[in-house]
Design a protein around this ligand. Sequence first.
Ligand SMILES: Nc1ncnc2c1ncn2[C@@H]1O[C@H](COP(=O)(O)OP(=O)(O)O)[C@@H](O)[C@H]1O
Ligand SMILES: [Mg+2]
Length: 254
Amino acid sequence: MSELQVAAPRHDGAPIYQLRDVIKTRQSDGIGFQLRVPQLQIGLGEKIALIGESGCGKSTLLDMLAFILEPSQAARFQFHPGGGREGLNIADHWRHARRNRLGDLRSQHIGYVMQTGGLLPYLSVRQNMNLSRFVQGLPDDDTVTDLAKELGLSRHLDLKPAALSTGERQRVAIGRALAHKPSIVIADEPTASLDPFAAEKIMSLFIGLVEELNITVIVASHAWRHIKRLGLRRLAHQTRRTSDGKLTETVVTG
Ligand SMILES: Nc1ncnc2c1ncn2[C@@H]1O[C@H](COP(=O)(O)OP(=O)(O)O)[C@@H](O)[C@H]1O
Ligand SMILES: [Mg+2]
């Protein structure tokens, strides 16, 4: 048993996100897109999958949940990183353009895994994985070493990302997203650039780790078959396009 297994307490049933009437509209090349979330509640410790074809709005939703993207409208957008009743009013922070506050909340409570890792090429694997802790001013303890062991990266800690395979780099990105022990980890198609065999292996490793650490997870993917086996709840949504093809709307129904 590693130190990593000393997990944050689980608050079963407590919500981490509560959204009501959240809308994001986007426009590119004369084509409109609208994502609408009438009602969404995600519980602390839940494992959520967002599955859908390219362009249906997965990244749009994830980026709003990570406070990267400002909603066009939000009747309610509460974030409760530690569970409990009192949540943080994210809609209000956006309304008052408190970007620094949103950035601080993101680095403290959220881990984000991008499709292509987003590692810094001039830092070692160890430094990349430690980045989320460094930003928080967290001490240099055994967390990164322990995580590297779990992710099969112990031998690579002093290498630069360029010396690693694509799969190994994604494992580093996963380690970085978890190293500061966030309340939630958001992963946007984290295995999309891998072959199906490696993708399946890394997704299992990732979900196993978030379970061990008791971290809530939301992962976007277009491969439902494998994700389903890992016990994730699929977020329901419907996408429709107007007959002239000028507007696509996705409604997330929870
Ligand atoms: N930066 C952007 N500016 C304008 N429109 C965008 C931008 N990013 C994505 N979109 C549009 O929003 C829609 C949803 O995109 P996205 O959330 O990236 O879907 P997915 O992640 O499911 O592939 C698409 O129609 C896309 O063209
Ligand atoms: Mg996307």
